[in-house]
Ligand binder design. Structure first.
Ligand code: UD1
Length: 380
């Protein structure tokens, strides 16, 4: 640290997709040298495989505090994060609170800080699915409305914020920190064969995925909380698995829904290989080696675009339009029939034309550090 007064930033993480976004930012603060950062984990995600393993692989420091809120309804979870953070901000009065993404912990932190008149910076601002059935969309709208610095991953996000009446001076197009993490960790990616072998899969299964496989993840409430929707999607996937082996990473929410609706038979058929949530390096390897990714995740739409892997998104909308415009993403729709149709026309040609979106260059976190530093200094 230099002899200048450091900028005191409290950084909030809560759920799995937050960790890969925050890691490069904390590293950039360190390199910048004039930051005094505090890391608070809300505890929204708590399983080792959803949480601790990411801290270790991403080199995230131990949080200064873990609120341990755990699971709950939307309101309970958000409210508990708010109560915990009010105490934290009162005790440590930061110059700025930094939030990333769109999870419940993000909006809870932004609300508490804004009401205490602490400046808020939102990383990944301005993304819109225009679908309020997604809890994340409400989180994005509220967080952006009350943030002071809006840090965007693509130009369309800034344009959207301006349409919503946010001053252009508050908006900074910085690029994508998720891709900072991806690029800096790619050399650590663990090949899928190793991941499956380690988990005790037979060698003939490991061999069967050596030429091609589809990586599948589904966890959005709209896809998994309704048992007929979930059942329909699993039918289509298990059919496809006879043509191309599937590696299905099972989010805890999806696992619980499959158990509750007694759908386990649908994920045990030929070519259908189920694994628990993968750690970051294993997931990078699984994505990089896939012929195709089928998902409803936001992060994977971006990661497949950065890696040039075709992605079928099982949703009616995406808040990340650049992954379609420039990248490898195709929006399928959410109905099982549409998924069957899209999978039916999957070709062996992996080379869907794509280009890396602007500023997805591995240096977004540095730009964020510069913007935040200048902003705080401009206030004093
Ligand atoms: C949350 C985010 C979502 C993100 C996803 C990544 C919100 C509104 N949603 O969804 O945007 O894509 O994280 O995973 O914040 N569970 C465990 N162990 C855990 C965490 C969750 O078993 O460590 C189970 C619990 O049964 C819990 C359920 O998963 O009730 C859902 O967890 P929750 O944090 O509410 O939302 P996600 O579906 O994970």
């Amino acid at each position: 640290m230099t002899n200048k007064t450091p900028v005191r930033v409290t950084c909030i993480v809560g759920a799995r997709p937050n960790f890969m976004k925050m890691a490069p930012i904390l590293a950039a603060f360190e390199v910048h040298g004039d930051f005094d950062a505090r890391l608070i984990h809300t505890g929204q995600h708590y399983d080792v495989e959803m949480n601790a393993v990411f801290f270790q692989q991403l080199g995230l420091p131990e949080p200064d505090l873990n609120l341990g809120v755990g699971s709950g309804t939307q309101t309970t979870q958000t409210a508990q994060v708010m109560i915990g953070l009010e105490n934290e901000f009162l005790a440590n009065s930061p110059d700025l609170v930094l939030v990333v993404g769109d999870v419940n912990s993000t909006v809870a932190a932004a609300l508490v800080a804004a009401k205490m008149r602490i400046p808020v910076a939102h990383v990944e601002a301005g993304l819109r699915s225009f679908d309020r059935d997604m809890p994340e969309e409400i989180n994005r709208l509220v967080t952006d409305r009350i943030s002071d610095l809006l840090l965007t991953t693509e130009r369309a996000a800034g344009e959207q914020l301006e349409r919503e009446g946010i001053s252009s001076e508050a908006i900074h197009f910085v690029g994508n920190v998720m891709i900072d993490s991806l690029l800096s960790n790619l050399k650590q990616a663990v090949p899928i064969a190793e991941t499956l072998s380690k988990r005790g899969f037979d060698q003939d299964i490991v061999h069967s995925i050596s030429t091609e496989y589809a990586l599948v993840t589904l966890h959005r409430p709209t896809n998994v909380d309704n048992s007929s929707q979930l059942s329909g999607l699993l039918d289509v996937l298990s059919d496809f698995a006879k043509r191309m082996p599937i590696v299905f990473t099972l989010h805890p929410r999806t696992r619980a829904r499959i158990d509750a609706a007694s759908l386990n038979d649908k994920i045990n058929g030929p070519g259908f290989h189920v694994v628990p949530p993968l750690d970051y390096f294993a997931m990078l390897g699984a994505t990089k080696g896939a012929s195709l990714v089928v998902t409803d995740s936001g992060g994977l739409q971006e990661e497949t675009t950065a890696l040039g892997i075709p992605c079928l998104t099982v949703r009616e909308n995406t808040e990340r339009p650049i992954t379609i415009k420039d990248g490898t993403n195709t929006l399928v729709g959410a109905s099982p029939d549409l998924l069957a149709q899209a999978l039916g026309s999957v070709s062996k040609d992996k080379t869907k034309h794509s280009r890396t979106p602007e500023l997805w260059d591995g240096h977004a976190a540095q730009r964020i550090a510069t913007v935040i530093y200048s902003y705080i200094k401009s206030l004093s």
